[in-house]
Design a binder for this molecule. Structure first.
Ligand SMILES: Nc1ncnc2c1ncn2[C@@H]1O[C@H](COP(=O)(O)OP(=O)(O)OP(=O)(O)O)[C@@H](O)[C@H]1O
Length: 401
């Protein structure tokens, strides 16, 4: 940190290089100016501290410093909090007044319990309704407000995928979208208390087939739910499959998801950009410049990612290139677009059903790729012993928590 500013008391809002909320706790921040940043190639970064580093925030080019991440306010109980709004009614299970239409859930209604993690787009904390012993939730607060069309599409994606209507048991529920003082979205999510399947892989290696068949079935059912609501996930991977100690595995993280059918009186299909997502899980057609797809192509993109995910969960490492290499985007593109599709190695002890399931997903021509309904009817999923598969999955999750 080049400069460091500390304010141990509430006092006036810290004005460093921009707007900080009045409830900003003890905060130290300073621009990190590397050669690259000075040359304008990288956005300046700032770090926030409350006894220990809490968040690293990036400043939009030419913009003001974003307000302090709202979860920090939980460290200063009793302070006046901003008044964000909910666009989805609060969870009844959390004891909110359902009858009172005026009562809106606010960030200040929630109290911080623990940090859960931080990703590229936001910070996730464990919270519950202040002053209750009620259920805990996950609160994902974006680093930035986003009032662009993409930001508005995000709200609609969440509403369709996991907000409004009957919830899917295979998709992480979003109970409410609140706003921080600076307008940054804060999603109140169902808490998945056993981490991601990526964590499970790191701790124990690949999954045995019965558990894997259960994961494949749940993912396919989750995709069926999303696709029926006109949403393509576009970032399916083990990191975005969250587990609970009850043995559930659900699809999460709609950060790059797209809506391929609009409801404006009647359903209207649109083409969406599919050149987004995590490279190692992207299908060959998504590497084309400005790659776009209609509903069928967008769904086929998710099917490829599901195939790669199932293969990774079986092998215990990413399948596209050897495990010991950290491939660049170019290497991945070449392997995915010009190499053979990823497959279960001949040397591996795997059933014909698993091999067939993966092969059906990773057809390079999206028109020849299996559809989600076909995957649900595939013997690997449809003929699994459901009870034994669920038990195997639950045991693995509990053992690796
Ligand atoms: N509903 C949830 N319950 C429990 N933990 C969660 C939940 N949602 C996210 N997390 C955890 O929070 C961390 C960050 O979440 P996530 O990866 O979704 O953030 P992100 O900003 O979208 O990341 P990226 O863009 O890098 O994928 C992860 O470790 C994830 O497991």
């Amino acid at each position: 940190l080049r400069s460091l500013l500390l304010s141990p008391t509430l006092g006036p809002p810290l004005a460093v290089a921009g707007r900080w909320s009045p409830w900003t706790p003890v905060l130290a921040c300073g621009p990190l100016k590397t050669e690259q940043e000075r040359a304008g190639r990288v956005r300046p970064s700032y770090s926030c501290f409350w006894k220990k580093p809490l968040a690293r925030v990036r400043m939009a080019p030419g913009g003001t410093m974003p307000p302090c991440a709202p979860h920090l306010m939980f460290r200063r109980p009793g302070l006046a909090a901003p008044a964000p709004h909910a666009v989805v009614p609060p969870p009844a299970a959390a004891g909110m007044d359902k009858e009172d239409g005026e009562r809106r859930l606010r960030l200040s209604d929630l109290e911080w319990l623990a940090d859960l993690g931080e990703g590229a787009s936001g910070v996730v904390t464990k919270v519950r309704l202040r002053g209750t012993a009620g259920p805990a939730f996950a609160l994902k607060v974006a680093h930035y407000p986003d009032d662009t069309d993409a930001g508005r599409e995000q709200d609609e994606v969440l509403r369709r995928a996991c907000g409004a209507g009957p919830p899917s048991p295979y998709v992480v529920r979003c109970h409410a979208v609140l706003r921080g003082e600076g307008g940054e979205p804060a999603c109140l999510l169902e808490l998945m208390d056993a981490g991601s399947l990526h964590d499970v892989l790191r701790r124990r290696g690949g999954l045995p087939e019965p558990a894997l068949a259960e994961v494949a079935a749940r993912c396919a059912l989750g995709l069926a739910h999303l696709h029926a609501r006109g949403v393509a996930h576009l970032d399916l991977k083990p990191d975005n499959l969250l587990a609970s100690a009850r043995g559930d595995v659900k699809i999460a993280d709609f950060g790059v998801s797209r809506i391929f059918s609009r409801a404006d009186g009647h359903q209207r299909s649109t083409r969406v950009s599919v050149a987004v997502g995590t490279t190692a899980y992207m299908s060959p057609e998504r590497f084309a410049p400005n790659a776009q797809a209609g509903p069928r192509g967008a769904c086929a993109a998710d099917v490829w990612s599901l195939g790669v995910t199932v293969l990774e969960l079986f092998l215990g490492h990413r399948p596209v290139l050897p495990a010991e290499r950290t491939p660049s985007w170019k290497m991945l593109k070449e392997a995915i677009c010009y190499g053979d599709p990823p497959s279960v190695p001949d040397s591996a002890s795997a059933s014909a059903e698993l091999r067939g399931f993966v092969a059906a997903c990773v057809q390079k021509d999206p028109r020849r790729r299996a559809t989600v309904p076909q995957l649900l009817a595939h013997p690997f999923v449809a003929r699994r012993d459901v009870e034994a598969s669920r038990r195997a999955l639950l045991e693995i999750i509990v053992e690796t928590i």
